[in-house]
Design a binder for this molecule. Structure first.
Ligand SMILES: *[C@@H]1O[C@H](CO)[C@@H](O)[C@H](O)[C@H]1NC(C)=O
Ligand SMILES: *[C@@H]1O[C@H](CO)[C@@H](O)[C@H](O)[C@H]1NC(C)=O
Ligand SMILES: *[C@@H]1O[C@H](CO)[C@@H](O)[C@H](O)[C@H]1NC(C)=O
Length: 180
């Protein structure tokens, strides 16, 4: 039925309104012909982890955001995490590799997945392109629509990850601190 529908846009829209797209669509990495879109600041809205141990750590942060910068020394990713009244900062150099990017100092590859939320980026972090470890829903804003959160939950399920943990959108973000 899906193959039949895929050829007809009208049918596709009807399907996507009534149920989330099938896993093959939800897990498909995006073809990044324009990485430019992913530069700038992204606020973490929700995360889905692969094991409860990492989940524990994830829950300790109240807020998180990343900023991807194309600077004079190349691409870098700047993170900030808010824990209560303190902010923690760290940075990594990254390298584009086709439609994904790699951390120069870790064997972690990040690819971008389909999202029906226009202001969002769903990023899949995996260990040397083997095991999916983290699935993060980032947004340019603080909150996403219920159906966008539901779609992210469906993506986590497709990867056999734990149910997403939503961050509290009312907590104040740490100020950005970018040194290039
Ligand atoms: C980063 O900047 C360089 C030089 O301005 C440019 O050639 C390159 O395409 C940019 N890369 C991205 C991913 O925007
Ligand atoms: C990123 O690369 C630049 C230039 O090679 C280097 O000066 C800087 O220390 C690197 N930053 C990190 C966090 O590794
Ligand atoms: C990444 O993985 C490769 C091969 O699996 C290994 O040789 C290399 O040391 C690893 N690099 C880091 C930074 O862990």
């Amino acid at each position: 039925m899906w193959a039949l529908c895929a050829t007809a846009l009208l049918c596709l829209l009807t399907v996507s309104q009534s149920a989330p797209p099938p896993c093959e669509e939800l897990v498909r990495p995006l073809d990044l012909d324009n990485f430019q879109h992913f530069l700038g600041r992204w606020v973490l809205v929700a995360g889905s982890l692969s094991n409860p141990e990492n989940e524990e750590k994830f829950r300790q942060r109240e807020t998180a955001s990343i900023t991807i910068v194309n600077g004079t020394t190349g691409l870098s990713l700047h993170r900030n995490f808010g824990f209560g009244n303190t902010c923690h900062y760290s940075s990594s150099n990254i390298t584009m590799d086709g439609g994904s990017f790699n951390f120069n100092d870790y064997n972690v590859t990040v690819s971008f997945l389909h999202s029906s939320c226009a202001d969002c980026a769903v990023m899949r972090f995996d260990n040397n392109a083997r095991d999916v470890q983290r699935l993060y829903l980032f947004s340019r804003g603080r909150e996403v629509k219920q159906e966008e959160a539901d779609e992210f939950s469906a993506q986590a399920k497709c990867f056999n990850m734990l149910s997403p943990i939503m961050l509290d959108p009312t907590k104040e973000l740490c100020p950005e601190k970018i040194t290039d």
